[in-house]
Design a protein around this ligand. Structure first.
Ligand code: NAI
Length: 334
């Protein structure tokens, strides 16, 4: 079956890893027509806007997008395109599986934990003001609706994927109202899923547990900011940002993208690791029912890693081009 999918190459290393991912998908013989859309700094220079209406219209029409990273200026400048996109399309669940890969030196063997991050509110609501010179305020918004919805997603996901436990990560000892509301919603939803064991952990203790025994947490459900930070910690556990995929899921559309950013420090050098976006594309294929192609890419990736073809971030010496070529060959044979 042919699929039309929106592709946002993004900026920094985005075009390099997007190009590699399209080649790997072609090697897996999935019939995809790419509807290429520009967003971020590149389009801002040309048109003065970072997220043109046609990008949102394309995703709404095609329902599925693959997205490269888009940089956000720090402390000033335009609002994050990533956050705007997630909020505009109500992509409420950000799913980030943190798993070790063979041939990659992990901190611990066999790490396998999934982070389900609420993607539309919390401190990412973008509501900030200077109350007076020298005093800034950011608003943390937590709603019952979004908390119930993300907890339901996490428990359903755990049941569907045969996981045993869902752990809510919070700081309700300090933020008794906002994080307290998430906790209350989690407990309500947990009662409807007796086959899954519910667990609760405070975010600072969770950071320690992730380093000591991440698998105990199994499926983490948490707010936007904690999820953002914990997923980079998870990336560090299994070899780095170059390998961790992600999916932004809503009821109308889904956008698949790596956890990493636009990596301006290595952009244009030909050494970016495309694995994270390729693994995000595997999640995308599973989402659209292309399971055989997804398995082909997974097998190809295992073979490539086991043979020792690794990019620089993983301690290897392969360029993006060499890695992609080796992987495409392995996928064609898988
Ligand atoms: P980053 O993830 O871009 O880079 C952190 C470090 O990891 C850098 O040393 C980079 O070279 C390395 N790295 C990241 N991805 C890699 C890959 N695929 N292969 C090899 N090395 C890789 O994080 P940073 O520097 O904090 O952010 C850069 C920009 O990206 C910022 O403007 C930020 O706002 C944006 N960003 C965008 C995201 C998105 O589009 N979803 C997510 C996170 C950050």
């Amino acid at each position: 079956m042919a699929h039309t999918i929106t592709l946002i190459p993004g900026d920094g290393i985005g075009p390099e890893v997007s190009n590699a991912t399209m080649r790997v998908l072609a090697a897996a013989e999935v019939d995809i027509h790419w509807d290429v859309q520009e967003a971020g700094a590149a389009v801002a220079e040309k048109r003065g806007i970072t997220l043109p209406d046609e990008v949102l219209a394309s995703i709404r029409k095609n329902k599925i997008a693959l997205k490269g990273p888009i940089g956000t200026p720090i402390g000033k400048g335009f609002r994050s395109v990533n956050v705007t996109l997630r909020q505009a399309l109500d992509l409420y669940a950000n799913v980030r599986p943190v798993r070790s890969l063979p041939g990659v030196e992990p901190r611990f063997e066999g790490t396998d934990v999934v982070i389900v991050r609420e993607n539309t509110e919390d401190l990412y609501s973008g509501l900030e003001l200077m109350i007076m010179p020298g005093i800034a305020q950011s608003m943390k918004i937590i709603t019952e609706r979004a908390s119930i919805r993300i907890c339901e997603y996490a428990f359903d996901y755990a049941e569907r994927l045969g996981r045993k436990r869902v752990t809510v990560v919070h700081k309700a000892n300090i933020m008794k109202l906002s994080d307290g509301l998430l906790l209350e919603c989690f407990r309500k939803v947990a009662q409807k899923h007796p086959r899954i064991e519910p667990a609760e952990v405070i975010v600072d203790a969770c950071a320690m547990q992730m380093v000591k025994n991440a698998n105990r947490l199994d499926v983490i459900v948490t707010e936007n900011l904690y999820g953002d930070i914990l997923s980079d910690l998870g990336a560090g556990l299994v070899g780095g940002l170059g390998i961790i995929p992600g999916a932004n899921i809503g009821s109308e559309a889904a956008v698949f993208e790596a956890v990493h950013g636009s990596a301006p420090d290595i952009a244009g050098k030909g050494i970016a690791n495309p694995t994270a976006l390729i693994q995000s594309a595997v999640m995308m294929l599973q989402h659209i029912g292309e399971h055989s192609a997804a398995r082909k890419i997974e097998r190809g990736l295992l073979t490539t890693m086991e043979c020792g073809t690794r990019t620089v971030d993983l301690g290897g010496s392969a360029s993006t081009e060499e890695f992609t070529r080796t992987l495409c060959d392995a996928v064609s044979r898988a």
